[in-house]
Design a protein around this ligand. Structure first.
Ligand code: G3P
Ligand code: MG
Length: 251
């Protein structure tokens, strides 16, 4: 069976990585979701995919240059549509609440930390996350992923009991991929859809790893990947791929 993973929540129908995109998890028979965690200049852990606030909020600038006070009133919904005006950015505590209430399994992506204070902030992110992730791991099935192997190695050093996955950028899944995966203590490989060939999927499985593929929003490609035996698919259109809960369907 291939797991459907709601990428940044139900991000085709609501602004990504907000309460609005995670709220439909209560209505759908969803087993997995994905979100991205980063850090502000003053050490607050925030769910944001991009390095900058520009695309998904009415604020600008790099998250790691801004304090939490700078971003607390950012509107993270209007860019998506007027119905979502005043939707706020979420913190790690909001994520804990979402998991406690939904019990949906989680792929948490550690963002590579940019900017002149990147080294210090990356270490702070790892230090602050470890106890929270150890707690979430008692509630749901949890995987920690990153495009940045150093982040994964640092996280593993502090939280060795968690499960890890390496994200490979498009075109970066080279034949020596297992060197990085082993160094990160990963059990899963996350491939860009362009690298998810039947050969790569088979090789990954033969070597004892699982494979999840991002980000697939074409129903025909979803069906093809399922037929090729991938373990999971990150998608923005979980609303089209996962049935609604019976008690959520209006009669
Ligand atoms: O974790 C899977 C996927 O989210 C990786 O790509 O850039 O959407 O975070 P991105
Ligand atoms: Mg992500």
């Amino acid at each position: 069976m291939t797991n459907i993973i709601a990428h940044r929540g139900f991000s085709a129908i609501a602004p990504e990585n907000t309460f609005a995109s995670f709220a439909p998890m209560q209505q759908y028979q969803l087993d997995w979701f994905e979100t991205d965690v980063s850090i502000t200049a003053d050490g607050q852990l925030v769910l944001l995919h991009d390095d900058k606030l520009d695309r998904t909020t009415d604020h600008t600038g790099e998250l790691t240059d801004l304090t939490f006070d700078d971003i607390v009133d950012a509107d993270a919904g209007s860019w998506f549509g007027p119905d979502f005006a005043q939707t706020r950015l979420l913190t790690i505590n909001d994520l804990v609440q979402i998991v406690e209430e939904s019990h949906v399994n989680l792929h948490l992506e550690l963002k590579g930390i940019t900017g002149p204070n990147g080294t210090q902030l990356a270490n702070e992110l790892i230090q602050k996350l470890a106890p929270t992730l150890n707690y979430l791991n008692t509630l749901v099935d949890l995987y920690i992923s990153s495009f940045n192997p150093v982040m994964l190695m640092k996280m593993h050093a502090l939280a060795p009991d968690l499960k890890y996955a390496v994200l490979y950028d498009a075109g970066q899944f080279y034949p020596d991929w297992q060197l990085v995966a082993d160094a990160c203590n990963a059990s899963y490989i996350h491939l860009d859809v362009s690298d998810a060939t039947p050969e790569n999927i088979a090789t990954i499985h033969e070597r004892g790893f699982g494979v999840n593929v991002y980000t697939v929003n074409d129903l025909n490609v979803v069906a093809e990947l399922e037929a090729n035996g991938v373990d999971g698919i990150f998608t923005d259109i979980a609303d089209q791929l996962v049935p609604q809960k019976v008690d959520a369907i209006a009669i």
